[in-house]
Ligand binder design. Structure first.
Ligand code: NAD
Ligand code: WQD
Length: 343
C-alpha cells in the first residue's frame, strides 16, 4: 500500500496522528527536520503501536530533498503538519516563519502535482479568524490575522483555494484546530516543548509538577464568565482522529477544497483550566494575575457542526480527561521524552 506522508510527524499533533493511522492499518512515512521534536518519538510510537514508522529527516524547505522523497516513495496522500508555530517568535523573526512555512508548503504542492498525488490535509488554525465578532465561530466567518504566524496559515489557505479552483482533480481538507492539549493515554506521547512553554496548559503542567513556581494569568478583565480568556481546548487524540476522518472524506468527495473547525464547541477560561488541572494532579496550583498578553482575545471557541455533519467526527474527551492524560505524561517523562534512544 502507498504511504500517507506525514510531514511534522514527530511533533505533538503529528505523532498522535501517526499512532491513529498505524492503528487504522495505514503505512506511514514521516518527514521531519526535528527542529522542534525528537527522533526518539519514533520509539515512543513503537511502544504504543508495535510499529516503528518509516522516517526521513529532511527540511521541507529544501526543494531537492522534497523531490527525492516524492520520487523514491509511493505516496497516496499527505498530511502536512510541519511548520513553525510560536506566535511571539513569529513577530520577532517573521522572515523565518514565511520562509519555513510557505516554502515547505510550496515544495510539497509542486511535488504533489508532479507525482500525481492529489489528496492533502492541511493543519490550519483558529488563529485565521483573528478577533471574531462573536462565538461560537463558524467556518464562514471573516478571516484575518494579527501576527506573521497567523498570516502564514491564511496565505497557505489562500494558495490551496486558488489551486482548488484551477485544478479539478485535487482534494484539500483544511482543518482549523482550536487549542490542542492532553497526551496519549499510555503516557508515552505528549506535548514536549523545548524551553519554557508559551501555551497555557504546558505551563500549568510544569507548575503542577513543581518545575515552575506559579502560573501567570494574563489578565482578568476580559468579557468572559470570570474575566480570564476563554478557549476551546481539544484533546490531541480527538484531533488526531479528525485527520483520519478527513482522509476518508478526501477519498469520497468531489469537492476540491473543504474547511473544518476542529474543536469541542465548549469554552473554558484560564481559571477553569487551572482548577481542572488541580483536580487531575491532586495539587494546588499557585497563580498570579498579570497584565494582558498583547494580541490575546476574550473568547474563541468553535461551532463544530460542519465537521460532525460532513466528516462524521466529533470530540469525545472532556477537559478533565485532557488534564489527566497530560498529568500522566509529565509523571512518566518529567524531563520530556529523552533525546537518547538508549533509555
Ligand atoms: P510541533 O512543533 O510539535 O510539530 C511540528 C513539526 O514540524 C515539528 O516536529 C518540527 O520539527 C517540524 N518542522 C517544522 N518545520 C519543518 C520543516 N521545514 N521541515 C520539516 N519539518 C519541519 O507542532 P504541533 O503543535 O504538532 O503543530 C502541528 C501543526 O499544527 C503546525 O502546522 C501548527 O502550526 C498547527 N497548529 C498547531 C496548534 C497548536 O496549538 N499546537 C494549533 C493550531 C494549528
Ligand atoms: C490560552 C489562554 C492566554 C499562557 C495559541 C495560538 C494559536 C494556536 C493555539 C497555533 C489565553 C492564557 C496563556 C500563560 C495565560 N496555535 N494564558 N498564561 O493564545 O489561545 O492560542 O495556541 O495555531 O494560534 O495563538 O493559546 O495556550 O497560549 O493561551 O493566562 O502562561 O491562556 O491569555 O487566554 P492561545 P495559549
Amino acid at each position: 500500500m502507498a504511504y500517507v506522508l506525514v510531514t511534522g510527524g514527530t511533533g505533538f499533533i503529528g505523532s498522535h496522528t501517526v499512532v491513529e493511522l498505524i492503528k487504522a492499518g495505514r503505512d506511514v512515512l514521516i518527514v521531519d527536520s526535528l527542529i522542534n521534536s525528537k527522533k526518539t518519538v519514533l520509539d515512543q510510537i513503537k511502544k504504543i503501536t508495535g510499529v516503528k514508522p518509516k522516517f526521513i529527516k529532511a527540511d521541507l524547505v529544501d526543494e531537492n530533498a522534497v523531490t527525492r522523497i516524492f520520487t523514491d516513495n509511493e505516496i497516496d496522500s499527505v498530511i502536512h503538519f510541519a511548520g513553525l508555530k510560536a506566535v511571539g517568535e513569529s513577530v520577532k523573526i517573521p522572515l523565518m516563519y514565511y520562509q519555513n512555512n510557505l516554502i515547505s508548503t510550496l515544495n510539497i504542492l509542486n511535488n504533489m502535482l508532479a507525482h500525481g498525488v492529489d489528496k492533502l490535509v492541511f493543519s490550519s488554525s483558529a488563529t485565521v479568524y483573528g478577533d471574531p465578532a462573536s462565538v461560537p465561530i463558524r467556518e464562514d466567518f471573516p478571516l484575518s490575522a494579527t501576527n506573521p504566524y497567523g498570516r502564514t496559515k491564511l496565505m497557505i489557505e489562500q494558495i490551496l483555494s486558488d489551486m482548488a479552483k484551477a485544478i479539478p482533480h485535487v482534494r484539500f481538507s483544511v482543518l482549523r484546530y482550536f487549542n490542542p492539549i492532553g497526551a496519549h493515554e499510555s503516557g508515552h506521547l505528549g506535548e514536549d516543548p523545548r524551553g519554557i512553554p508559551n501555551n497555557l496548559v504546558p505551563y500549568v503542567a510544569r507548575v503542577a509538577a513543581g518545575i515552575l513556581p506559579q502560573v501567570n494569568v494574563f489578565g482578568n478583565d476580559y468579557k468572559t464568565h470570570d474575566g480570564t480568556g476563554v478557549r476551546d481546548y481539544i484533546h490531541v487524540v480527538d484531533l488526531a482522529r479528525a485527520h483520519l476522518a478527513a482522509l476518508k472524506r478526501l477519498d469520497e468527495t468531489n469537492e476540491t477544497i473543504e474547511r473544518f473547525n476542529i474543536g469541542t464547541g465548549k469554552g473554558y477560561s484560564v481559571l477553569d483550566v487551572i482548577h481542572a488541572y488541580e483536580k487531575a494532579a491532586g495539587v494546588k496550583i499557585p497563580y498570579v494575575i498579570t497584565e494582558r498578553r498583547s494580541g490575546d482575545i476574550d473568547a474563541c471557541y468553535a461551532d463544530p457542526t460542519k465537521a460532525k455533519e460532513i466528516l462524521h467526527w466529533e470530540a469525545e474527551y472532556d477537559l478533565d480527561r485532557m488534564c489527566r492524560d497530560s498529568v500522566r505524561f509529565l509523571e512518566m517523562y518529567p524531563e520530556g521524552i529523552p533525546e537518547d534512544a538508549s533509555f
